[in-house]
Write a protein that binds this ligand. Sequence first.
Ligand SMILES: Cc1cc2nc3c(=O)[nH]c(=O)nc-3n(C[C@H](O)[C@H](O)[C@H](O)COP(=O)(O)OP(=O)(O)OC[C@H]3O[C@@H](n4cnc5c(N)ncnc54)[C@H](O)[C@@H]3O)c2cc1C
Ligand SMILES: Cc1cc2nc3c(=O)[nH]c(=O)nc-3n(C[C@H](O)[C@H](O)[C@H](O)COP(=O)(O)O)c2cc1C
Ligand code: SF4
Length: 654
Amino acid sequence: MSQAAFPHLFSPITIGPLTLRNRIVSTGHETHLNDKGQIGDRMIAYHEARARGGAGLIMTEVALVHSSAVFVADPIRVDTDACIPGYARLAEVVHGHGTGLIAQLFHPGREMLASEDGTAPVSYSASATPNERFHVMPRPMTPEMIAEVIAAYGDAAVRMQKAGLDGVEIVASHGYLPAQFLNPQVNHREDDYGGSLDNRTRFIRDIAVDIRAKTGADFVIGLRLSGNELSHDGVDLEEMLCACDRIASDAVIDYFSVAAGSSATLAGSVHIAPPMFEEVGYTAPLGQAIRDRTGVTTIVTGRLNQPQDAEQVIASGQADLCGMTRAMICDPDMADKARSGRAEDIRACIGCNQACIGHFHDGYPISCIQNPVSGRELQFGAPALVSDKRRIMVVGGGPGGMKAAAAAAERGHEVALFERDAQLGGQARLAQLLPHRAEFGGIITNLTREMELAGVEVHKGIDVTENAIRTIAPDAVIVATGATPRWPDFEGRDEAHVVDAWQVLQGQANPGKSVVVADWRADWIGIGLAERLALNGHRVRLAVNGYMPGQTIQMYVRDASIGRLHELGVEMLPYVRLFGADGDSVYLQHLMSNEAVICEEVDTLVLCQGHTPSTAVEDLVRRMGLEHHLVGDCIAPRTAEEAVLEGLRAGRAV
Ligand SMILES: Cc1cc2nc3c(=O)[nH]c(=O)nc-3n(C[C@H](O)[C@H](O)[C@H](O)COP(=O)(O)OP(=O)(O)OC[C@H]3O[C@@H](n4cnc5c(N)ncnc54)[C@H](O)[C@@H]3O)c2cc1C
Ligand SMILES: Cc1cc2nc3c(=O)[nH]c(=O)nc-3n(C[C@H](O)[C@H](O)[C@H](O)COP(=O)(O)O)c2cc1C
Ligand code: SF4
């Protein structure tokens, strides 16, 4: 499949004064790659990779227009001229690859995650309406402050114009300040900015008019909004259509960028970066409704991770352009691969949210569990070809081993990978069996393709022993043998009916009607098994050694899972450790008081107690005195992200 296979996706489009080569957009996303609040080398390298890879348009991440807008510890600011040189360098680089560049202008209003020094900041909104998710009570903005903030958007737009960008985007999506003015449940003002639709859209319209007055006609002005905030007190599609209609009638906005959800609630925030359980392109009907109603150029974004799906959205008239943001975090060359007939080589995003938005929430630079080079462009660069070709043996065909093999072969080594099982994938094969996690298996498909392209020799069904290593006589061994379920010692282990998570997933256990899932890692496994067993009709109690189920995983994935567990009637017991079990009870201990918490009438105890590294091959190669490199869970059981990153490092090191 080539450009010809995606005729709509690869047709040029003009937005105001800007003509784009295709319809593929990297929508704004925080990267934590800024350099003391300014755009520096790391962020330029990051966006350059997407521009070089064929993106039609890039939006830079939310940037603060006003001092009252600081909402994270290290924000990018566009409220002084100090921002101009960084944006100018970025614009030159991105334009050099034929890609458009638009800056997001941002004020969070009451959506305050953090401050620069750890104190609780004062936040401002249309009215003093508390925020459910961040527990923030904002101050209502005075008319003078409203005027100052509106002017700040216009001044920031002028800076972007001076820096050579093609335009700006007002971020009115996800319940941020402009959306707070729109929402009658948040905005209770009785002045010109509250009440009627005309008044509630005035803040946005005044910002757009101020920007236009200060930048002129030759500058794109876009508006990002949530077609439906999908929250109990959010703006729904009908209300949003009326607002868009009114905003469009001023004829100042050049495009609408349509997403879904709201930062203000746990349920709404899931849609900021919709996880794999949301359907591909599920926001497209919202885009279509807004486009049909207003006739304004529309970008639609949400789980469009493959060109086939984006082509369909555009061909069917649901949108004019498609945001494919995580698609390009995961594979910056996605657009070029689709254009040049290499669509099957695209490393498709699997919507896991771990290293992109997961890193953001943890305060770390962006990356991708499947593409560790993402966000580390300066660190890794292009792979250097080797002059001395070596024979590399990789033991283990899980994510770590597969990445290591591909990375080593890509550099020109002769690489053979050996996997004990009949299929590749390691633990990822189990991960994809959990409810709503089937797409996780995409990591296996993608890495298998990476190995094929790099020319790795794959041997399945071979348990690597000393003999096998001697026969191959490798110059170096990469050990990626992973881990197996950990069975801790506890009282009554042999009396009770005890099984582990892998046995349940592999259909090798026969859990009774009433089960306790004892979850130590508080990750996907305990939460997923509880859901699986509840769906199968078991009574499930999920005992978590932590604050809550899914404590260690990305919050949108966790929150949605907890919602499903609640609906299924799973009893969740946080703050407990496994202590013991017998024929019909499981004994837990409260983490703080050490008091007993007893679960009675239990048929089966399901262990989700983490993993134990498989070190037999490591011990062997050490004894044989061979050069070896360790990768992934066999070093210490963690996640696919570390396995793939360490695989890349090992493949680059041999
Ligand atoms: C149910 C479940 C859900 C999970 N969900 C997630 C998730 O959502 N996100 C995430 O990031 N992580 C998840 N994980 C963890 C993740 O899958 C692992 O961290 C990751 O697979 C580790 O990769 P690895 O390559 O180091 O080891 P493994 O995936 O364990 O692969 C090791 C491979 O080595 C093979 N092997 C071992 N010894 C030999 C030998 N002597 N000869 C030949 N082959 C050998 C094994 O058969 C295995 O295939 C999950 C794990 C499980 C069990
Ligand atoms: C790491 C990360 C950070 C994000 N930050 C922003 C942001 O700064 N501004 C914004 O409008 N949306 C932000 N988003 C939402 C994305 O623009 C996009 O709507 C979302 O990733 C869904 O699109 P996708 O399925 O194509 O990835 C962010 C998403 C991610 C993954
Ligand atoms: S970390 Fe997961 S969700 Fe994020 S870009 Fe990579 S594959 Fe997609």
